[in-house]
Design a binder for this molecule. Structure first.
Ligand SMILES: Cc1ncc(COP(=O)(O)O)c(C=O)c1O
Length: 391
C-alpha cells in the first residue's frame, strides 16, 4: 500500500522530545502507573501492585483480556465482550476497520478537516473519498446539509470523529441519531472515531451516546489515550457486530497479534476508575480554559479561537502574516513551545492548541507564544486584520 505522509505525526515527532511547553497535545496530562494505582482503595493498592509486578509477561489473549473487553462492553448498549477487539490504540482500530470494510472504488464520506488517518487510509485503499466539511463560519460546526448532499445509494461508509480533532466541534445526540438514520436508510455504515469520548468540557456540551448504541450499522472506536491520560499504554478498541470484529482480529494476526499484557491490565484499572479520572480531567481543563480565555481576551489583536465544545482541542487563528508551519517551527525551536501547524489539517493561519496540559506549563506556553508574536511584529512581520477562526 502506498500512503501519503502523516503530516501532523511527522511534525510532532520532530519536536515533542525537544520542547518544554507542549500545548499542542491532544490528550489529558499523562498519568503514571503509581497514579493509576492510587485510584484504588488504600487497602487494595499493595496487592494490586504485587499482582502487576508478578504478572508473567507471556502473550495475552489475542483480542484483549475478557476482563477488559467486558468492562468496556458495559459502557455500550447491547454489547458483549465478543463485540470488542482490543487494538494498539484507536489508530490501529481505524486502520483495521478501513481495511476490512472498504475495497477499491467503494464510496466513503469522511470529514474535513480531520485527523489525517481517516482521510489518507481510505484514499490509499483506493476508495472513492468524499468530504463532509466542518463549517468554519459561526464557530466550527458539522454541516449536516453537506453530509446529506454527499450521501448517495453508492455510499458504503460514513467515517466521523466526534468530539473532533482539531476543532473541538461535536455532533449532538440528535445530530448523531440523524446521521445514523439517514445513513442506515441508504444501507451505509457509520464508523465513529470516539477517541475523545468521556472528555466533556466543564460548562460545554454533554457527551452523546456512542454510535454503537444506535444500531447494527453503527461502529465505535475508542481509546484510553485521550480521556485517561495513558497514551503510552497503546490500548484502543473496536466495538462492532461480531463478524466485523472477527475479520478485524484475523487481519490483526498479521500486524500486532495481541495487546501488551501489562498494558491491558493497566488499561482495565483506568476504565474501572474512569469517574475519578474524569474529575481530575475536569479540574485540569477548567483551569486551562480560564487561562486560555484570559489570554485570548488580552490578545485580541494577535489571535482568536473558538472554545472547544468538547474534547481537548481547538484551532487558534493568529493575525500575523507568516505560514503556520514556519511559525510552529519557530515557536518550537526558539521559544520551546509546541503548537501544531494548521497546515497539517489544511487550515493555514491557524495553530492547533490542546487544553489538557499541566496548567502551569499551559500558562507559560501561552506567555511564550505572546512573546514570539510580539517579537515577530517588532521584526517587521505584517499584522493581519483580526479575524475569527476559520475565516
Ligand atoms: C481522532 C483521533 N483518532 C485516533 C487517534 C489515535 O489515538 P491512539 O493513541 O488511541 O492510537 C488520535 C490521536 O491523536 C485522534 O486524534
Amino acid at each position: 500500500m502506498r500512503i501519503e505522509e502523516f503530516k501532523l505525526e511527522r511534525w510532532m515527532s520532530r519536536w515533542e522530545t525537544k520542547v518544554s511547553y507542549d500545548i499542542a497535545e491532544s490528550g489529558i496530562l499523562p498519568m503514571s502507573t503509581n497514579d493509576l494505582l492510587d485510584l484504588l482503595p488504600a487497602g487494595e493498592r499493595d496487592a494490586a501492585r504485587d499482582r502487576l509486578l508478578n504478572l508473567p509477561l507471556g502473550y495475552t489473549e489475542a483480542r484483549g483480556t475478557e476482563a477488559l473487553r467486558a468492562a468496556l462492553a458495559a459502557t455500550y448498549e447491547n454489547t458483549t465482550a465478543d463485540n470488542i477487539l482490543i487494538t494498539t490504540g484507536a489508530i490501529e482500530a481505524n486502520y483495521l476497520l478501513f481495511n476490512v470494510l472498504l475495497s477499491p472504488g467503494d464510496e466513503v464520506i469522511t470529514i474535513d478537516p480531520a485527523y489525517q488517518q481517516v482521510q489518507s487510509v481510505p484514499k490509499a485503499i483506493g476508495a472513492d473519498v468524499k468530504y463532509w466539511r466542518i463549517r468554519a463560519d459561526d464557530g466550527f460546526r458539522f454541516d449536516l446539509e453537506d453530509f446529506e448532499r454527499q450521501l448517495t445509494p453508492r455510499t458504503k461508509m460514513i467515517s466521523i470523529n466526534t468530539p473532533h480533532n482539531p476543532t473541538g466541534a461535536i455532533l449532538t445526540d440528535d445530530e448523531l441519531q440523524h446521521v445514523y438514520e439517514v445513513a442506515a436508510s441508504m444501507g451505509a455504515m457509520v464508523m465513529s472515531d470516539e477517541a475523545y469520548r468521556w472528555l466533556d468540557i466543564p460548562g460545554g456540551d454533554p457527551m452523546p451516546s456512542p454510535m454503537r448504541n444506535r444500531g447494527e450499522l453503527g461502529i465505535s472506536v475508542g481509546t484510553v489515550s485521550k480521556p485517561f491520560g495513558v497514551p503510552g499504554l497503546r490500548i484502543g478498541w473496536i466495538v462492532a457486530p461480531e463478524p466485523i470484529v472477527k475479520q478485524c482480529w484475523a487481519m490483526r494476526d498479521y500486524i500486532t497479534l495481541s495487546p501488551g499484557k501489562l498494558n491491558d491490565a493497566l488499561a482495565l484499572i483506568a476504565v474501572e476508575h474512569r469517574d475519578a479520572i474524569r474529575s481530575r480531567t475536569h479540574r485540569i481543563v477548567a483551569e486551562n480554559m480560564v487561562i486560555a480565555d484570559t489570554w485570548f481576551a488580552d490578545n485580541t489583536d494577535l489571535a482568536s479561537w473558538v472554545r472547544p465544545r468538547a474534547g481537548l482541542l481547538a484551532l487558534m487563528r493568529y493575525h500575523l502574516d507568516i505560514p503556520s508551519l514556519e511559525l510552529s517551527d519557530l515557536l518550537a525551536e526558539k521559544y520551546s513551545v509546541m503548537l501544531a501547524p494548521g497546515s497539517a489539517f489544511g487550515f493555514e493561519q491557524h495553530l492547533r492548541i490542546g487544553v489538557g496540559q499541566n496548567p502551569a506549563i499551559f500558562a507559560e506556553g501561552l506567555a511564550r507564544t505572546k512573546q514570539c508574536f510580539d517579537d515577530l511584529l517588532a521584526q517587521g512581520v505584517k499584522r493581519l486584520p483580526a479575524a475569527a477562526p476559520g475565516a
